[in-house]
Design a protein around this ligand. Structure first.
Ligand code: GDD
Length: 397
């Protein structure tokens, strides 16, 4: 049994950064009778054994904020057995202790499946000591706690993944209704790592459709509202670099994505919902050959960025339209404040945000909160401190 996926047909290169055009999954399981070898007919076949081998070297981080525990349980059930689970929750604890409910569910899941996991609450006061001790206090706010935000939760997850020491790390959103989709995403991560020859690799999922139930039937919308706009401006930024317009970037807001740990340690991050586009911005600023990068070893290799379209539709919790302008603002701010953007691009971004009522005319666009690479952080100390001091931290190996 194999996963069959299109070979990347087209690639654009910016210094050390190679961004591949979207590849589609052709068959979820390619079958044993297949005699297509790697690369033949423009197709990559990856055997089940190879996928499982790669997944056994992977940690999967699941950021959670007040999701329905049943949906979260479905997400966990979709993450292939070999991958190590890291759950970082920022769920409500005051009125109802949602975190406790999540914990009970995860313990039950562990008892039934034997899955090892780490779980922690984002706002646990013990993080303060742990992060200071490890040399990464940047996530702490003025109240001494880790700041709220999806990006902040994801960076905590990365620090735990670094401590656990697996070679690959991926993210899976916890509001995905379809366990089979989650399962496919992680197989795709493995397929990307299989295809790559570089120690610095990223695989980003391009949702084929955002699926909504309208009236009596499903409606498959091809583009996400935030991602369509972010991709457009991200590609305009690329045009500023090369003088050629491009549409290569199609996954600016991909929450579901994975990296080699070697790459994850050598890029910067940002807070809230700006983290996914900012990863791309950071790689462009640092590794497109425009300056001497902090980690020069990366320039000797390429950074391979794959964008893959799965077969399963994306059906997730619909939160209404209110948070769309906020997400758009956070996303576009990463481009607006990039040193690669010129005045003209900034003006166009600002006008777009005003037209979409994401900012009021004259309002200053908030700058993304940036966090430095985690390379050099003494991540193992985090586990020691959390084991000692934390009330929410659980690690079952
Ligand atoms: N730990 C943690 N902390 N998790 C969070 C937080 C937080 O403060 N805020 C949100 N999450 C989790 C949610 O539980 C969910 O699993 C995931 O992050 C995505 O958040 P949603 O609020 O459901 O956003 P969405 O699905 O509409 O967001 C999409 O667009 C975003 C912006 O581009 C996804 O693609 C996101 O991954 C993407 O960041």
């Amino acid at each position: 049994m194999e996963t069959r996926i299109e070979m990347p047909r087209y690639m654009e290169r910016f210094g050390a950064l190679k961004i591949y055009d979207v590849q589609r999954v052709l068959e979820l399981t390619g079958g044993v009778s297949s005699d297509h070898k790697r690369g033949l007919l423009g197709i990559v076949n990856v055997g089940r054994g190879e996928i499982e081998e790669l997944e056994s070297k992977m940690s999967i981080i699941v950021p959670v904020k007040n999701e329905n525990p049943k949906i979260l349980e479905g997400v966990l059930s979709g993450i292939p057995h070999e991958a190590f689970l890291i759950i970082v929750s920022n769920s409500e604890r005051q009125v109802a202790d949602n975190y406790r409910i999540e914990m009970d569910m995860i313990f039950q899941f562990h008892n039934l499946t034997g899955r090892p996991f780490v779980m922690v609450h984002q706002r646990d006061p013990a993080w303060s000591n742990a992060l200071i001790e490890a040399g990464y206090p940047h996530l702490l706010g003025e109240d001494g706690l880790v700041r709220n935000g999806k990006g902040e939760g994801m960076v905590l997850g990365l620090l735990l993944a670094k401590a656990i020491g697996r070679e690959y790390v991926g993210f899976v959103d916890s509001d995905n209704y379809i366990p089979g989709a989650v399962n496919e995403y992680v197989d795709i991560y493995a397929t990307g790592f299989y295809m790559s020859n570089s120690p610095y690799t990223m695989v980003r999922i391009k949702w084929p459709y955002k699926t909504k139930f309208v009236g009596k039937r499903f409606y498959f919308r091809r583009r996400g509202r935030v991602s369509e706009v972010t991709n457009r401006f991200m590609n305009l930024l690329l045009a500023r670099l090369t003088g050629f317009e491009s549409d290569i970037i199609k996954t600016s807001n991909a929450g579901d994505h994975a990296m080699t740990m070697a790459l994850a340690e050598r890029i910067g991050y940002s807070g809230g919902f700006s983290i996914e586009p900012y990863e791309l911005i950071y790689m462009l600023e640092e590794y497109a050959g425009l300056k001497k990068p902090r980690f020069e070893e990366v320039m000797k290799h390429a950074i391979e960025v794959y964008q893959v379209e799965p077969r399963n539709p994306h059906i997730h919790e619909e939160r209404g339209d209110e948070h769309i302008p906020e997400m758009l603002k956070a996303s576009l701010a990463t481009i607006y404040y990039s040193r690669l953007a010129d005045e003209e691009l900034r003006r166009r971004i600002y006008e777009e945000l005003v037209a979409r009522r994401a900012v009021r005319p004259g309002e200053i666009l908030p700058e993304p909160r940036r966090y430095p690479p985690i390379r050099g952080v003494e991540a193992k100390k985090i586990i020691d401190v959390m084991k000692d001091l934390s009330e929410s931290f659980v690690m079952v190996e």
